[in-house]
Design a protein. Structure first.
Length: 296
């Protein structure tokens, strides 16, 4: 099968790989699409090769996947072969990711794609939606929340999820994204931290660090999405960052919010696997909205 990998030196390699076989508790997915995320670009540029894996090690690219279950390992009762699924491949050091014709995931990292969600578009959901959901779990009791990067991949989902949970959400976004942020559930949309006022918590998907911390009241909470970029706490503010985990059961629940229209899925464009680098370059364009997807 074809798969895209990288040695962390800034390039992607399209390779021929043996067909992966599902081990105990795993499923193999015939890939319909894989999403292009910032972590994929960081991996290509050596993020893992500064400590997680030795320099020059080949690693797979891609976390998000959607497709159809093609084979199952021992111990797997569901999902069955032929089922449409999406899932999160959270093993960043694996030699194969989801930029491939077939991907192997733990069965409990997948969720059945319900009617009403397109199989290809579903690939844009798992990483960003689970990150937003798990970050909100860290944000403390429901109150007032500032979401930075509120029109981005994680931020857009976070605004909708937070509003659904009962938070009063202020969205930090451009004027051109105001309509989207309000539609997602933001009570107000601001263009600068200075306009945000004081909030109980901030979900800093834009990684503004200390600047975002300034909007949090004394004793509040800061939640980031990049652990190295978390600022030191001050004024009794607790600071932390989310480290996303796969969770198929939770994904199943969250997909109900997608089908009902509470959460809006956005796709920037679709390219074939042979154009993975072009898709990453397009995804890096300032102001891009929605995820670029790769199809085999």
């Amino acid at each position: 099968m074809r798969a895209v990998v990288s040695d962390g030196r800034g390039e992607l390699q399209s390779t021929e790989q043996p067909m992966p076989e599902p081990d105990f508790g795993q499923v193999r997915i015939a890939v319909a699409a894989a999403a292009v995320n910032p972590v994929d670009i960081a991996t290509r540029n050596g993020m893992l090769h500064t400590g997680a894996v030795p320099e020059g090690t080949i690693v797979g690219i891609g976390w998000d996947v959607s497709g159809v279950v093609d084979a199952v390992g021992d111990g797997v009762d569901a999902p069955a072969v032929g089922t449409r699924v999406l899932g999160l491949h959270a093993d960043a050091t694996s030699p194969l990711g989801t930029y491939a014709e077939f991907a192997v995931l733990p069965a409990d990292a997948t969720a059945v794609i319900p009617d009403g969600i397109d199989t290809v578009e579903a690939a844009s959901i798992p990483l960003n939606l689970l990150t937003a959901d798990q970050a909100l779990d860290l944000a403390g009791p429901v109150g007032t929340l500032l979401v930075t990067g509120a029109a981005g991949g994680v931020g857009g989902f976070a605004v909708a999820l937070a509003a659904h949970r009962g938070w009063t959400v202020t969205a930090l976004a451009r004027d051109t994204d105001k309509e989207f942020a309000v539609r997602a559930g933001a009570t107000s949309v601001v263009g600068s931290i200075a306009d945000a006022g004081s909030v109980d918590a901030v979900l800093d998907t834009a990684a503004l660090g200390a600047d975002a911390l300034a909007a949090v009241r004394d004793g509040g909470r800061y939640v980031g999405v990049l652990p190295p970029a978390v600022p030191d706490g001050e004024r009794d503010i607790s600071t932390t960052a989310v480290s996303v985990r796969h969770n198929g059961a939770r994904l199943t629940q969250l997909l109900e919010l997608v089908v009902s229209g509470v959460i809006e899925v956005r796709v920037a464009g679709t390219l074939t696997l042979d154009h993975a680098r072009q898709a990453q370059d397009a995804a890096s364009t300032p102001g891009v909205r929605g995820r670029w997807l790769l199809t085999p």
